[in-house]
Design a protein around this ligand. Structure first.
Ligand SMILES: Nc1ncnc2c1ncn2[C@@H]1O[C@H](COP(=O)(O)OP(=O)(O)O)[C@@H](O)[C@H]1O
Ligand SMILES: [Mg+2]
Length: 252
C-alpha cells in the first residue's frame, strides 16, 4: 500500500511516545517510547497492570496532557504543533471521552448532559437537542432523556456518558475503564454498544480495561508493561487473513 492510502486509514498514530512526571527524586517515567497505529473504525483494547501507563497513554492521545517526547497524530493533526487553544478545540470537537466515573452534571437532564458539548460550542439549542436525542437513540437511552443522573442506574448513566462522547461525531472515542463501576450485565451492554459503534458507524475506539471479557470484544488488544507495549494479540473471532498476531486468550 502506498503512503497516502495507508495514512487515510489511520485515525491515530503514536511514535516513540514518552512521558515523565516530576523531576529529580520524584521523577516518574510513565511511558518509555510507545509506538501505535489505530485504523479508522478499529476498536482497540489497552490492558496492563496498574501503573503501567494506560491512562497516561489515553490522556496524551486525547490532548489532555502534553508528551515529554515523541509524536501523537490524531485525525491527521500533530498534537505537538497545536497551541493550547487549538488543542482544546480538537479535544472538544474531534475526541469523545468516557471515564470510569460518569462525570454527568447532576442538575441537567440526561438530554441536557448529552447536548452540553454542542451548546458549549455555540450550536443553537434546538439543533443541539435534536442531535442529543439522535446520539441517545444510538446507545439505547433516549427513553430516559428527561431523567436526571440521580434517577438513572449506573449502566444508564454510562450510556448517557457514551452518548455525550458521541454527540460531536468525533474521529476518536477514548474510554478509560468504562465498565469499572458497573455490574457485569450493564458492563456487557456498554461493551456491546462500543462494538456496534465500531461495526456500524466505523467509529474508532480506544478502550482501557482490566477485564479480559471486555477486551475480547475488541479487534485488537495491546498490553502495556512499565510504559511500553509488551504484547499485542487479536481475539479469535476478530482475526482477518493471517496477520501474524497471536490469539487473545480472554473469552466472553
Ligand atoms: N499526574 C501525575 N503525576 C505524577 N505521576 C503520575 C501522574 N499520572 C500518572 N503518574 C504515574 O505514572 C505511572 C503510570 O500511571 P497511569 O498511566 O495512571 O497507569 P495506569 O492507568 O496503567 O494504572 C504511575 O507510576 C503513576 O503513578
Ligand atoms: Mg488508569
Amino acid at each position: 500500500m502506498d503512503q497516502g492510502s495507508e495514512n487515510a486509514r489511520v485515525a491515530v498514530e503514536v511514535e516513540g511516545l514518552r512521558k515523565a512526571f516530576g523531576a529529580g527524586d520524584t521523577r516518574v517515567e510513565a511511558l518509555h517510547g510507545v509506538d501505535l497505529k489505530v485504523e479508522h473504525g478499529e476498536f482497540l483494547a489497552v490492558m496492563g497492570p496498574s501503573g503501567s501507563g494506560k491512562s497516561t497513554l489515553l490522556h496524551l492521545i486525547g490532548g489532555l496532557d502534553r508528551a515529554s517526547g515523541g509524536v501523537v497524530i490524531v485525525g491527521g493533526e500533530d498534537l505537538a504543533s497545536l497551541d493550547d487553544d487549538s488543542l482544546t478545540l480538537l479535544r472538544r470537537r474531534r475526541i469523545g471521552f468516557v471515564f470510569q466515573v460518569f462525570n454527568l452534571l447532576p442538575i441537567l437532564t440526561a438530554e441536557g448532559n448529552v447536548a452540553l458539548p454542542l451548546v458549549i460550542d455555540g450550536i443553537d439549542e434546538k439543533e443541539a437537542a435534536r442531535r442529543a436525542v439522535a446520539a441517545m437513540e444510538s446507545v439505547d437511552i433516549s427513553h430516559r432523556r428527561s431523567h436526571r443522573p440521580s434517577e438513572l442506574s449506573g449502566g444508564e448513566q454510562q450510556r448517557v456518558a457514551v452518548a455525550r462522547a458521541l454527540v460531536t461525531e468525533p474521529v476518536l472515542i477514548l474510554a478509560d475503564e468504562p465498565t469499572g463501576n458497573l455490574d457485569s450485565a450493564s458492563g456487557d451492554h456498554v461493551i456491546a454498544i462500543l462494538r456496534r459503534l465500531a461495526d456500524e458507524r466505523r467509529q474508532t475506539i480506544l478502550m482501557v480495561t482490566h477485564d479480559p471479557r471486555d477486551a475480547a470484544a475488541a479487534d485488537r488488544v495491546i498490553t502495556l508493561k512499565d510504559g511500553r507495549v509488551a504484547d499485542e494479540q487479536r481475539p479469535p473471532e476478530r482475526r482477518p487473513a493471517e496477520d501474524g498476531l497471536r490469539e487473545f486468550e480472554g473469552s466472553r
